[in-house]
Write a protein that binds this ligand. Structure first.
Ligand code: URA
Length: 279
């Protein structure tokens, strides 16, 4: 097997020297390579579904090797790895930041969102804009604070859109599949380090990133239910931005019911007042 891998890397070097910077690998070929390299997807997060041929690529997903050490040593190394990552760096505009998850490395609950927005890329922290204010209220309603949980994103940069004449990007777009596939190893590494008891996917992009891009059509198929993420429970609920755009009593009640399930599963005490709570 070693000889075959050496032959393969020699051939890839030869192609690179000829100016080829991309090669197509079939699903079966990828599986065989992973087997030969002894690599398994970590933390039970499945590999994303293959990209449709036309979608833009962010490059091959990075290999993340965490050092030995306690959680803070491993997280600090991961943070540096992500901040230094050439693809992540190339995706942020000058003066803006690559964003990694934040929170308690001993959190029982990990929230996973979609991607940084305008405020997040300025501060370099997930969920600090309007959606973050609502997420903080949701966490507060659970009797916790932001520092008690871990908050990450599928993507580590703000997905780009054309800027206005002032050079400022106003809107946001969901990440492409190749962008998601690129950043997933960084999210898996965070799950591995924090080792939360359960995860909460906020919205369809987070759910697709974690469950697989072809795992469902409409969010309603998976929302409000427990899913298995390599032995770890995963609750799918609405993204806070959706609630901000649709602030109906029904949406607020549904998201809160999902969070009550999360509290129960995480063995948090649920008071009568919390049961009746409305966001
Ligand atoms: N929305 C997200 O999904 N993530 C953030 O960090 C901010 C807004």
């Amino acid at each position: 097997m070693r000889n075959a891998l050496n032959a393969l890397t020699d051939e890839l070097r030869r192609l690179k020297a000829c100016g080829v910077d991309r090669v197509a690998v079939s699903d079966d070929g990828l599986k065989a390579l992973r087997r030969s390299a002894g690599r398994q997807p970590s933390a039970g997060v499945p590999e994303p579904a293959p990209e449709p041929a036309a979608a833009p690529s962010s490059g091959a997903p990075p290999e993340v090797v965490l050092p030995e050490g306690d959680k803070s040593v491993r997280w600090a190394a991961l943070r540096q790895r992500v901040l230094d990552d050439p693809v992540c760096r190339s995706k942020v505009r000058p003066g803006k930041k690559v964003v990694l998850g934040v929170g308690s490395l001993d959190a029982a609950i990990m929230f996973v969102g979609e991607a940084p927005g305008g405020e997040e890329e300025v501060q370099g922290e997930p969920f600090v804009g309007p959606a973050g204010q609502l997420l903080n209220r949701m966490i507060g309603g659970m009797g916790l604070s932001r520092a008690d949980v871990y908050i990450g994103n599928i993507l580590n940069w703000r997905p780009d859109l054309p800027t206005g004449p002032d050079g400022v990007q106003t809107g946001n777009r969901p990440p492409t599949e190749s962008e998601m596939a690129y950043c997933l190893p960084f999210l898996r590494a965070q799950v591995e380090i924090v080792n939360p008891r359960l995860l909460v996917a906020l919205g369809a992009t987070a759910a697709k990133g974690l469950l697989g891009t072809r795992s469902f059509g409409a969010l309603s198929e998976v929302r409000g239910r427990w899913h298995d993420l390599g032995g770890r429970p995963l609750m799918v609920t609405y993204h806070p931005s959706y609630v901000l755009r649709n602030p109906t009593n029904r949406t607020k009640r549904l998201i809160w019911e999902d969070l009550l399930k999360v509290m129960e599963r995480a063995n948090l005490a649920v008071s009568e007042k919390q049961r009746r709570f409305f966001l």
